[in-house]
Design a protein around this ligand. Structure first.
Ligand code: SF4
Length: 289
């Protein structure tokens, strides 16, 4: 078997990430790593290998992760210190009160307006409540100064260090050592180090956080659910169709209003001859030469 070709970019990125971590560990006693079992947190975990005894994996478990993924995440607890945090109440009860997460919103179904029922809400609000809030609460209760390492990358256009700082308690510093890495860098790193990936990685490389989530729908995610969690797949399809129906109904109402009230098309008149339309003293006719 031939050795993989040297990859200077990845070597530089890895060295920079390790330098960042070295600096963090020289200044902080308590370091957590937000861990979901996804490719980014797996790569970050491996970069942290030199500090294995000094990092605690923090897994925000909504209680609805696909079973094969929950087992994959828990498996990392055999080699690393792993802490599992969860929402205070069942996530589906939270949906009942505040709305089902959706990609597109018919605003009459939003909490606070409540012109129509049932409620829906933009999915980032659900993630904030059911995935981020337990993590934020755990670290706030920790009280001592600590660092939360996060595998977020800039090219993914997700959260930023600034936004994380806004929601974290003052004892927490957030660091994103893979910020400059591309998706391809992460996949190359994982392959180069033969890091075991989630069982569904060949079909879908994105997040499988909540099997029942009807938002952020992607074909690969549904294919994985069809294979690993068929009941959840059916639930996701029917729930997404219901919320899409709310949007479609409002879309039809708006289209009907626009059609009913559209002004008549402007009356068509024959054009005036060019010569009479020209300003006085101007002759646009071609001169023969
Ligand atoms: S993944 Fe979906 S269901 Fe899970 S917390 Fe986020 S929005 Fe809510």
């Amino acid at each position: 078997m031939t050795a993989p070709a040297p990859n200077p970019r990845l070597a530089d990125l890895t060295a920079t990430a390790r330098a960042t971590l070295s600096d963090i560990y020289s200044r902080h006693e308590h370091v957590f790593l937000g861990f979901s079992g996804g490719k980014d947190s797996l790569a970050l975990l491996h970069v942290c290998e030199p500090w294995r005894d000094r990092v605690t994996l923090l897994w925000s478990n909504t209680g609805y992760m696909a079973a094969h993924m929950a087992a994959f995440v828990r498996g990392h607890g055999e080699r690393w210190r792993l802490v599992e945090v969860s929402p205070e109440r069942d996530m589906l009860d939270d949906w009942s009160e505040h709305g089902t997460p959706v990609d597109v919103v018919a605003i009459g179904h939003l909490e606070g307006l409540d012109w129509n029922s049932p409620r829906v809400r933009p999915w980032p609000l659900c993630c904030r409540q059911n995935r981020m809030a337990p993590l934020v609460a755990y670290l706030a209760r920790f009280e001592r100064p600590c660092v939360l390492l996060n595998g977020q990358r800039q090219s993914d256009k997700g959260t930023t260090p600034e936004r994380m700082a806004e929601i974290m308690s003052s004892n927490v510093t957030t660091a994103m050592p893979l910020w400059a890495w591309s998706t391809s860098d992460v996949l190359t790193y994982l392959a180069a180090h033969a890091i075991p990936l989630p069982p569904h990685h060949g079909v879908f490389q994105g997040s499988m956080e909540c099997a029942v989530c009807p938002a952020d729908l992607k074909p690969g995610r549904l294919r994985v659910l069809d294979r690993f969690e068929p009941h959840a797949a059916a639930f996701v399809r029917s729930t997404a169709r219901i919320s899409l129906g709310f949007v479609a109904a409002r879309t039809r109402e708006i289209e009907a209003v626009l059609a009913e009230t559209a002004p008549p098309p402007p009356e068509l008149r024959p054009c005036r001859p060019m010569s009479s339309a020209s300003p006085a003293g101007t002759d646009h006719r071609r001169h023969s030469t």
